[in-house]
Ligand binder design. Structure first.
Ligand code: SF4
Length: 397
């Protein structure tokens, strides 16, 4: 497979996230609509927004995949066909559907044979015969179960001619993805129809041992991207349609640079270390590689989930630079003397100390502490650095 066809695939819960993902280097995004997607709590896309998102992506030569991967009950099937919903989604311009129900895959493929269908991780594909079965239904790509080893992934790639997509980053389910009913029992919200209340991350109490959670650590395969490319993985998927734009800009921007350096042969240990540090800093849970090199075990579990980190690194969105001052829409507290880093969608970064801080009326202040208000930071940026859409400021690592 030509290396340039390797894809970085990002989650987009709304139009703004879609834009941030694509500007920060994703080749494609996956989104959900108002129905039939597994993130009922995400803002999700109306048909109009979907069209706008597809137009935006296509102008950049990038793609939009539409997830339709809930467990389909009869009422869902009737609604879908009555509203001709999938047909409307096709008209909006999506490039592929991510589906799990064999009926839906078959239905869509027969109706639109040239439209790509990707089989969702909800189907927990763990062997090549299963992958080949979905190919007979018309699937072009399989999103493998997250619970596979490197060797198992390699075997599926070698024994099929399907495109293979793997999750590389983000939250994991304690069960095989999509096989959990914990949320239904405890909170009456069905995780397999978009309602997961993340019960596994609640802090439970036992009399002997104090508090514990059922959650796992998050996934982080940054150190293994080169190996995954070498065995033929086609698409690298990041989890998290409800993550913030700061999280997406950081994670997608980091993987973009990592993949580019692997593909052009300029990757070195220093960069891998820095990338891993950046990804860990933006996460709110510890991470591991889970099943990739061994069976997941208690080292990959996250018993003490109450210690989730609250990340205040994101200082704000940079709105413009007039040659002397950055105009900043504040998100988190900033004070004089702190070291901050400007980063842009083009992958440029610049660290500097806050030596002067001004409020919206350009009065000198000691600290900026009102989120969503405008502040100004005097700084002399290098000539190579230009402010592009969704440039951001964070605390220096
Ligand atoms: S409760 Fe936890 S394990 Fe179950 S679906 Fe939700 S995130 Fe996954």
């Amino acid at each position: 497979m030509p290396l340039k066809q390797i894809e970085l695939l990002a989650p987009a819960g709304d139009l703004e996230r879609l834009k941030v993902d694509l500007l920060y280097g994703a080749d494609a995004v996956y989104v959900g609509g108002e129905y039939f997607s597994l993130r009922a709590n995400a803002t999700n896309f109306s048909l109009e927004e979907l069209k706008e998102g597809c137009d935006f992506a296509h102008q950049l030569g990038k793609k939009v995949y539409f997830t339709c991967n809930i467990v389909f009950h009869e009422e869902d099937r009737i609604k879908m066909q009555k509203d001709a919903y999938l047909e409307k989604v096709v008209e909006a311009g999506v490039d592929a559907f991510i589906m799990s129900d064999p009926f839906l895959i078959d239905f869509l493929h027969k109706k639109y044979p040239s439209l790509e269908v990707h089989v969702s991780t909800q189907d927990s594909i763990t062997n090549y015969e299963e992958a080949l079965f979905y190919q007979t239904l018309g699937a072009k790509r399989v999103v493998l179960a997250r619970e596979l080893s490197l060797l198992e992934i390699k075997e599926i790639i070698e024994k099929t001619n399907l495109e293979v997509e793997v999750f590389i980053h983000g939250a994991m389910c304690t069960c095989y993805s999509g096989r959990c009913a914990l949320s239904s029992y405890v909170t009456n919200r069905d995780p397999n129809r978009g309602g997961c209340s993340q019960v596994c991350r609640f802090a439970f109490t036992t009399q002997e041992d104090g508090k514990f959670t059922l959650a796992t650590k998050d996934l982080n395969l940054a150190p293994y991207i080169k190996q995954l490319i070498e065995i033929g993985v086609k698409s690298f998927k990041v989890e998290g349609r409800m993550r913030s734009i700061y999280y997406l800009a950081t994670v997608i921007g980091t993987y973009r640079k990592l993949m580019d350096r692997i593909l052009d042969g300029t990757l070195d240990e220093t960069f891998v270390k820095k990338a891993y540090q950046t990804l860990s800093r933006v996460a709110n849970r510890p991470t591991s590689s889970h099943y990739l090199l061994k069976e997941a075990d208690d080292e990959d579990q996250y018993y003490t989930g109450r210690q989730e980190l609250s990340n205040q690194d994101f200082v704000g969105l940079v709105q413009e630079y007039d040659g002397t001052h950055l105009k900043l829409l504040l998100r988190n507290y900033l004070q004089m003397g702190e070291q901050v880093e400007l980063f842009t969608a083009e992958g440029k970064e610049y660290c500097f100390p806050v030596t002067l801080l001004l409020d919206a009326e350009k009065n000198e202040i000691q600290a900026a502490n009102h989120p969503d208000e405008i502040y100004f930071l005097p700084v002399s940026l290098p000539k190579t650095m230009s402010i592009t859409a969704y440039s951001m400021l964070r605390k220096c690592i």
